[in-house]
Design a protein around this ligand. Sequence first.
Ligand code: UDP
Ligand code: MG
Length: 318
Amino acid sequence: MLSVIIPSFNEGENIRRIAGVLSSLLTAEKIPYELIFVDDGSTDITWREISLLSEEEEGIRGVRFSRNFGKEGAIFAGLQKAGGEVAVVIDCDLQHPPELISEMYRLWKNGAEVVEAVKRNRGKEGLFYKLFAKLFYRAMRVADDNMELDRASDFKLLDRKVINALLAMPERITFFRALSSWVGFRRECIAFDVRPREKGNTKWSFGKLFSFALSNLTSFTNFPMQLMTVGGLVFFVFACVLGANTLVNYFSGTSEEGFSTVILLILIIGAFIMFGLGIIGYYISKIYEEIKFRPRYIITNEVGESPNNNNTKKQIEN
Ligand code: UDP
Ligand code: MG
């Protein structure tokens, strides 16, 4: 069975649309399936739509979070609940073409364990956004040579082995796109064109994206912390030269001038130290977040049954 995981945050008008498209597609392809909607703390009709749908139709399940925990949490909740031997993660807004699933499924049948849908174009984006994204992906590339993420998306098919590997990871701060590449396994790529969003607005503000990028970067590299060691070294060399110069001046009796140098040095070194402390502080805050071992998400409601669980349900009834 194929589990389709659909993270949804204020997607009220899209739930029925994507459910309709997916069930007709998968039924036509004769692929046994379940749809798992993860309501990431929506404040609109999303949950009502999901629960109604799960009563009307077979094979539709819903999980509801107690608040907005973010798309990463929603994806992991979906993976946790998935009952299939293979799962697909897809956006709720139909920007990821559902038709691709049959091709992904075929590749999986032929032995692929991860099938990644790779963006052929990056869709419509503002100049600032584009620049920021470029910078982030370049930095990620420096952090880990295998991470070619700028065309990657969260639209992926994962074999049960990969799902279990991902679920076994203890960390709280996750970056699905990078982690699913980090785990390895036999992978295939297929390209797709990002479609414009049909209904509703994007759920990502720039602030949300920025802190997401920073958090992902630091969870994959410690390089910024080493930057400070390099800065310290450079300043040590500088200090040695300047120290020698000062001593020579002192002994030759010409040590009057040089106040401007002192002021400049204090300013520059002060700035470097504060910058360095900031970087260390950021990592410590991440360590603190991880070490609290809080759950990635909290579930308040669940509807629907996994088609795989039919047997257990009958046993309980008997
Ligand atoms: N999403 C979510 N929680 C969030 C933000 C987004 O579950 O906090 C879901 C959203 O409902 C959609 C998917 O993640 O199914 C992608 O979000 P969106 O389309 O807003 O992002 P974009 O396509 O603009 O990158
Ligand atoms: Mg979208």
